[in-house]
Ligand binder design. Structure first.
Ligand code: PGA
Length: 253
């Protein structure tokens, strides 16, 4: 079975609830005829409710950008998986490189959040990716292997089929530097091989692997055309309905 392309917009710390409503309403009008691409927007927590309401009944789904692993309790400032589920959230980004870089996220905490998301019935998008010096030092595969091994520890093959992996070379995020489609495909191919070793070829063949890092309307088609690239996690280009809708349309295989 072919893997359905998934395009997710990671709004990061952008868009108030008022702005989120406008953006989702504009977006859903522009993409309403598209059925072959799964479309997700991931607003900040305070804009989730507005996005869920604006997206209701459309083909636009809503995700969150992070969760805490505990069910509830004394964790000031944190949001649980159950809170997101109750708010109408379907997807959750876990282990984004900005969380790793600025907020102390590790493969171990990625794994805890992943298990909490799955337990609550949220669909996780697990981010992995190497830094520039790691790529230049020839360590990309080793870094990705460690992130997959640690982040996905204890996950079953059945659970894995519902998990999306986002490969985001950190040097390409927000920099305008995209990996070439060939370079990205080579890495996606490696990731799928590793998933095959961990979970078996059949499961690995079903897992969707997104590319992320300066993906835009004009480079989406060539990236998604690659055999092992099943969509994208989009930052900057997801903040305007026009550019995001064009990107989604260009990602139809
Ligand atoms: P970008 O961000 O598209 O702005 O490079 C991608 C991401 O961080 O998910």
């Amino acid at each position: 079975m072919a893997r359905k392309v998934i395009i997710a917009g990671n709004w990061k710390m952008n868009k108030t609830a008022t702005e989120a409503k406008v953006l989702v309403e504009e977006l859903k009008a522009k993409v309403k005829d598209i059925t072959s691409v799964e479309i997700v927007v991931c607003p900040p927590f305070t804009s989730i409710d507005a996005a869920v309401k604006a997206a209701a009944g459309s083909n636009v789904k809503v995700g969150a950008q992070n969760i805490h692993w505990a069910e509830n309790g004394a964790f000031t400032g944190e949001i649980s998986a159950q809170m997101l589920k109750d708010a109408g959230v379907e997807y959750v980004i876990i282990g984004h490189s900005e969380r790793r870089q600025y907020f102390g996220e590790t493969d171990e905490t990625v794994n805890k959040r992943l298990k909490a998301a799955l337990a609550a019935g949220l669909k996780p998008i697990v981010c992995i990716g190497e830094l520039l010096d790691e790529r230049e030092g020839g360590h990309t595969q080793k870094v990705l292997f460690t992130q997959l091994e640690g982040g996905l520890s204890g996950i079953t093959g059945e659970q894995m089929e519902g998990i999306v992996i986002a490969y985001e070379p950190v040097w390409a995020i927000g920099t305008g530097k995209t990996a070439t489609p060939e370079m990205a495909e080579e890495t996606h191919c490696y990731i799928r091989q590793q998933l095959g070793d961990m979970f078996g070829q059949e499961v690995a063949g079903k897992i969707r692997i997104q590319y992320g890092g300066s993906m835009k309307a004009d480079n989406a088609a060539s990236l998604v055309a690659q055999k092992n690239i099943d969509g994208g996690l989009i930052g900057g280009a997801s903040l305007k309905a026009d550019s995001f809708a064009d990107l989604i349309r260009n990602s139809i295989k």
